[in-house]
Design a protein around this ligand. Structure first.
Ligand SMILES: [Zn+2]
Length: 73
């Protein structure tokens, strides 16, 4: 059960992948989220009820965020 504030989305909520990571295993390529979802580094998911979600983003390269740098002339 979730002790976070604000509470993590439940595993059946649309934004369930936004839950906090409670156990990260980057060497194995997966993380366990607070709501019981296992999130794989290719964005695939394994839900606590046994359903699998196929990767919905291209692997790698999507992780890099392009933050615009404000340059004052
Ligand atoms: Zn939580």
């Amino acid at each position: 059960m979730c002790q976070h504030q604000p509470p993590c989305p439940s595993s059946d909520a649309p934004g369930h992948a936004a839950a906090r990571v409670v156990a990260a295993h980057p060497e194995q390529g997966w993380s366990l989220l607070c709501n019981g979802v296992v999130l794989f580094e290719d964005t695939g998911e394994l839900l606590p009820d046994g359903r699998a979600v196929q990767p919905h983003r291209p692997p790698a390269r999507a992780a890099r965020s392009t933050m615009p740098t404000a340059v004052a002339a």
